[in-house]
Design a protein around this ligand. Structure first.
Ligand SMILES: [Zn+2]
Length: 427
């Protein structure tokens, strides 16, 4: 079968691999109809997360149809349409039963107890093949699969796999509640979904910070207040917009591949602060540490972000005193720079981690199916599997208009034009 396979930093290929089989009574094999490319997949190709094993199938966001179940899977049968939980959870251990599925005791086939296991994830996260393939093996399928009604099409359902639950989790990490003013750092697919998630949790005002005008336009189309860090200093602007106080809650949806502002007062402020406090060396050292093996190509593809700690720094700076910060962005295990003194001085509450997908998925499927929650139009492109590597490259270089790509695994026909519903606004 055809799959997107990672061979090393900067080296992914579409190639034939053996079809997966049921190996354990709790496994299911799912025929994938649509998969999507996520920011975490890009970290893996840039080298800013520990590498998976060579030859591992990538991808953790997918929708499909159950093909086969093991004898221990009592709640699904072949033909059921499902969305797959990106994090693997046994459903039986104490952490799963507490709803903390991303910290399952028993998900790691290597036997380590605790720590997130992600399908198609980085080294140390289980080593399981991912979902950008014609078929996928889903361990602990009784918790790893969530049934989809036919009214939720693949374009919406593939956002239900990860972007929406991650955004929902971000609102909960940040502790968003009634009337809060919320800042979201990062207008990627998760940050854009976090606008709706923050509002569902009661946010009164939502401010979105990014440096890409096409993504900020999508945030403004949801009537979030937008701040472009390449034309304004985001910390100063957010303080000004909040009467000098800062925001009650911050959702950090950027992670290790943060980019420095290249223009405007924020670029000057980062440079000046860097000279004063040695941050310049710290940023460079942090990037080199985050991505010790780098393989950018001639077009500048697969280049790690040049300011790995900047989004977290801004989050702490723009939070109000006694406010809270939820860190949803992905960081490698050895990331160890955090503005601790500033956070302590402001009595901030900090929470962080990987989404407990299974905890939120059934409810989010219901909310989307009922129309109570409509995923924002972040899915900008459909591609066939053969074009996956080019699509990864366009997303990696943040080409204008490329927000998120769905891979039409089931249909080998040429890519569809984006549905007008999902189209990217001009400007
Ligand atoms: Zn468990």
């Amino acid at each position: 079968m055809k799959a997107v396979v990672r061979h090393g930093v900067g080296d992914i290929r579409v190639e034939d691999v053996p079809e997966p089989k049921v190996q354990d009574p709790h496994d299911a094999v799912v025929r994938i109809t649509t998969a999507a490319i996520s920011g975490t997949d890009l970290h893996l190709v840039r080298g800013t997360l520990p590498g998976p094993r060579a030859g591992q199938v990538l991808g953790h966001e997918a929708v499909g149809v159950v093909e086969e179940t093991g004898s221990g899977v009592r709640n699904f049968r072949p033909g059921d349409r499902v969305v797959i939980s990106p994090t693997v959870a046994c459903g039986t251990c104490p952490t799963c039963r507490a709803g903390l599925y991303a910290q399952c005791d028993d998900a790691d086939p290597a036997g380590s107890r605790g720590g997130t296991v992600l399908l198609g994830g980085p080294g140390g996260a289980g080593g399981l093949d991912g979902l950008q393939a014609e078929y996928a093996r889903v361990p602990f399928a009784h918790t790893g699969l969530v049934a989809l009604p036919d009214s939720v099409d693949d374009g919406r359902a593939v956002l239900l796999a990860d972007a929406l639950p991650a955004a929902w989790f971000g609102a909960r990490l940040a502790g968003v509640s009634g009337g809060d003013t919320v800042a979201i750092l990062g207008a990627g697919p998760v940050g854009l979904c976090a606008v709706a998630a923050a509002r569902h949790h009661g946010a009164g005002r939502v401010v979105v910070v990014d440096g890409l005008t096409d993504r900020l336009a999508l945030a403004r189309a949801q009537h979030a207040e937008t701040v472009d860090f390449n034309s304004e200093d985001p910390v100063e602007k957010v303080r000004e917009m909040t009467g000098g106080a800062g925001v009650d809650r911050v959702i950090e949806a950027v992670g290790v591949d943060a980019e420095r502002p290249v223009l405007g007062p924020a670029a000057d402020a980062v440079a000046a602060a860097g000279e004063r406090a040695g941050h310049e060396e710290a940023y460079t050292a942090a990037r080199d540490r985050a991505a010790s093996v780098r393989s950018p190509d001639a077009r500048g593809t697969w280049t790690p972000g040049d300011a790995p700690g900047l989004a977290v720094r801004w989050a702490v700076e723009m939070a109000a005193r006694a406010g809270s910060v939820g860190i949803l962005g992905t960081y490698p295990p050895h990331a160890d720079r955090f503005p601790l003194g500033r956070a302590v001085r402001k009595n901030l509450t900090l929470r962080m981690g990987t989404c407990h997908h299974r905890r939120y998925l059934p409810r989010l499927v219901d909310l989307v199916a009922s129309g109570a929650l409509d995923p924002p139009p972040v899915l900008s492109h459909w591609a066939v599997t053969d074009d996956a590597v080019a699509a990864y490259g366009n997303l990696d270089r943040r080409e204008p208009g490329w927000t998120k790509v769905a891979l039409d695994i089931a249909d080998p026909a040429p890519p569809r034009a984006p549905d007008p519903l999902w189209g990217v606004p001009e400007d």
